[in-house]
Design a protein around this ligand. Structure first.
Ligand SMILES: [Zn+2]
Ligand SMILES: [Zn+2]
Length: 258
């Protein structure tokens, strides 16, 4: 067994569950603990099975309850040294739970292999990931900026992919964001648009990819139906059988087999 659920995703908080039969872990804890526990309960995943919390980068939509989760469950908190230096104040007292990871260097949480790799998102040391168990892999790239060669090569062999589909360019242009914020979102250090997500999928798609979850949708500059439609149109045009899901800010996805 190897499964994932996006417990929440969007600019107001991100949290992803990955689990094998023996180990579960949380990637990013950008929502309240109360919401994490409620989602786990709804999915019938006992919280004592969570063996680690991993932080991808320092933005508060990824770190909010990471420290509290490590303390509450008495589990390791994996973070890069630079990210920790930047957001230690937000994590609270975690010294005894702290474990450092480095971009490009794999580590194990129970029987799940974790591979962090650099993303060009505008954080001090932003990482995307893939997780591997029993030769099955899930990629998570929800704060991407710009897909580099490394991004494409790391996501090319995954069986499930949780991918940013942040905004619709038209809605961003006509929405309430001022010009500098629009530029940040659009830049190579910001977020992928719906169309850019299609561009990346066209580069990494292979017959082994079974599930694709669109995530980190902007509530201001995107609509779930629109993100779905743009990707679905592409997948249908190439007769792909990938199952398409859209993650939500407010409700967890089902448990998806990797
Ligand atoms: Zn971010
Ligand atoms: Zn984010």
């Amino acid at each position: 067994m190897f499964q994932t659920s996006v417990l929440a995703s969007g600019s107001k908080g991100n949290c992803i569950l990955i689990r094998s039969r023996n180990t579960a872990l949380i990637l990013d804890a950008g929502i309240s603990l109360k919401r994490v526990w409620a989602a786990l309960e709804a999915l019938d995943v006992p919280r004592h099975t969570i063996k680690a919390v991993i932080v991808s980068h320092e933005h508060s939509d990824h770190t909010r309850s990471a420290g509290a989760m490590a303390r509450s469950l008495k589990i390791p908190l994996y973070i890069s040294p630079d990210t920790y230096d930047y957001c230690a104040h937000r994590l609270g007292k975690v010294e005894s739970w702290l474990r450092y990871f480095e971009s490009g260097i794999e580590f194990l949480v129970g029987d799940i292999l974790v591979r962090p790799f650099r993303s060009s998102h505008d954080a001090i040391d932003s990482n995307n990931f893939y997780f591997e168990h029993d030769d099955r892999r899930v990629g998570v790239a929800i704060d991407l900026g710009y897909p580099t060669k490394l991004t494409v090569s790391m996501l090319s062999r995954v069986h499930a992919l949780i991918l940013e589909s942040n905004h619709d360019p038209e809605m961003l242009r006509n929405g309430p964001y001022d010009l500098s914020l629009q530029q940040r979102v659009r830049s190579e250090h910001g977020h992928l648009s719906n169309v850019e997500a299609v561009g990346l999928i066209s580069q990494v798609l292979h017959p082994g990819l079974k599930n694709l979850v669109l995530a980190h949708l902007s509530e201001t500059n995107n609509l779930p139906d629109l993100a779905f439609e743009v990707m679905n149109k592409y997948l249908q045009s190439i007769r792909s059988e990938v199952k398409l899901h859209v993650a939500s800010q407010h409700i967890h996805t089902s448990l998806i087999d990797i």
